[in-house]
Design a binder for this molecule. Sequence first.
Ligand code: NDP
Ligand code: 2IT
Length: 445
Amino acid sequence: MDLNKIMNDLVKKHPGEEEYHQAVREVLESIEDVVNQNPQLEAAGIIDRLVEPDRVLMFKVPWVDDNGTVHVNLGYRVQFNNAIGPYKGGLRFHPSVNLSILKFLGFEQIFKNALTTLPMGGGKGGSDFNPKGKSDAEIMRYCQSFMLELWKIIGPDTDVPAGDIGVGGKEIGYMYGMYKKLQREHTGVLTGKGISWGGSLIRPEATGFGTVYFAEEMLKTKGESFKGKTVAVSGFGNVAWGATLKINELGGKVVTLSGPDGYVHDPKGVTGEKVEYMLELRASNQDIVAPYADEFPDATFYPNKRPWEVEVDVALPCATQNELDGKDAQKLVDNGCMCIAEGANMPSTPEAVAIIQKNGLLFGPAKAANAGGVATSGLEMTQNAMKLAWTTEEVDEKLHHIMKSIHSACVEHGKKADGSVDYVKGANVAGFLKVANAMLDQGVI
Ligand code: NDP
Ligand code: 2IT
C-alpha cells in the first residue's frame, strides 16, 4: 500500500478537509503492515473504497425564529460504510460543523462500530445550526425542518442516527416526532429516545460509563484502579457527565470540567449535587462552564485555559476534537499522569498522541474508549426489534462486557514485543479487519 499516494490523492480530491485527512492518515498508518501482508485486500481495492463515503446528502434547513425572521442552515448526512450493518452514528449541531468534520467522524465511526461486536456500519450527520441561546420552540422547529429532508434516506435497517454534540434527548424527541409522522410508523429509526417511547436505560450515561470502563481495564494491566485517583475531565456535556458519575462510583475524584470559555478546578471533587448541576448547565443553553465556580466556591475558574495543566493521575478529554495538543500532552506527562482515555472523538492531536505514547502512558483512543455510547445505541436497536426493554442492570452489564471485549481486541492486535500495548494500533487493526473481511465477502459494490 502506498500510503503517501493515497493521502496525496485524497487531499487533491478533497482540498482543505483537514480533519478528514487527519482521521484517515491515522488509521492508514496503523494498518499499513496488515494491508501489505494481505495482498487480496489491495487487489479488491479495499482501501480506495473505504476512504470515500458511500454517499453524502447535503440539504438546506430553512426555519423561522421567534421574532419571525427566516434563517437558512446547512444539514448533512454522511453514509460512510455499511459492510457490517446499517449506517449508524450521531448527529452534531454546532456552528463549526462542516463536511470535513462529518467525514472524519463518519470514517472513525466505521471502525468504532465494528469494535462494539454489534452489526452496525458507519455514518455521521448534523448541521451548522447553533442551539445555544435558542428557545425550545426554535429548537423544535429546527429539528422538524431538518427531519423533513433527512427522513428520506434513513430507516431502522438502513441508517439509524443518534445524538452527538448539541443533540441530546430533547432534539432526538423533536426529530423522532417528525419522522414518525412522515413515515407513518413507530420504529427504532433514531437511538437515544426517551425511555417511555422506545429508548434504552443507560443510553444517556453510556459513553461516559464506557470510557471509564475502558480506562479501568487499561489501569488493571498495571495493577491499578480508579480508587483514590485524581482525574481531569474536559467538557461538561453528556459524555463528561456520564464519566464523572462512574468515576465517583469507582472511588476516583474528578477535579476539572471545561467549556469553550475555560476550565474549572474543583480540588474537592465534582460530586453529589455538583454532578447534577452539570445537567442544569448543559440544559441552560449557555456556552460556558464559568457559572460552576460561582455556584460552588471551592472551585476556581481559569478563563481561556485547558484543564491539562492540573496535576492528575488520569485525564479524560470529553469535549471535542483537537482539544489536547502537544504542549498539553507534555504537561500531563511532566505532572505524572499515567492514563489518558478519549471520551470525545479525536480530542488529541497527532503530536499529542506521539508524546503520550513515547512516554509510555496508557492511551485509549476514541474509537475504542468512547464506543460505549454507540454500543448502547446498538442495544437500543435490539430492544426495539424485540419490542422488549431490558433493565438498567441488564444494559449496564452488556455495556461493561462490550467494553471489556473491545479492550481484549486492542490487546490482541496491539501487543508489542516488550509486553506493552499500542491501543491505537490495536483498535485500528481490529476494527479494520472486521470491516475489510466483510467487504471482501460482499464483492466490489
Ligand atoms: P454535548 O453537546 O453534550 O457536550 C459537548 C461538550 O463539549 C460541552 O461541554 C461543550 O461546551 C463542549 N464543547 C463543544 N465544542 C467545544 C469547543 N470547540 N471547545 C471546547 N469545548 C467545546 O456533547 P457530547 O458530550 O455528546 O459530546 C462530547 C464529545 O464526545 C464529542 O467529541 C462527541 O463526538 C463525543 N461522543 C459523544 C457520544 C454520545 O453518545 N453523545 C458518543 C461518543 C463520542 P458547550 O456546550 O459550551 O459548547
Ligand atoms: O460518536 C459517537 O459514537 C456518537 N455520537 C454516538 C453514535 C450513536 O449512534 O449512538
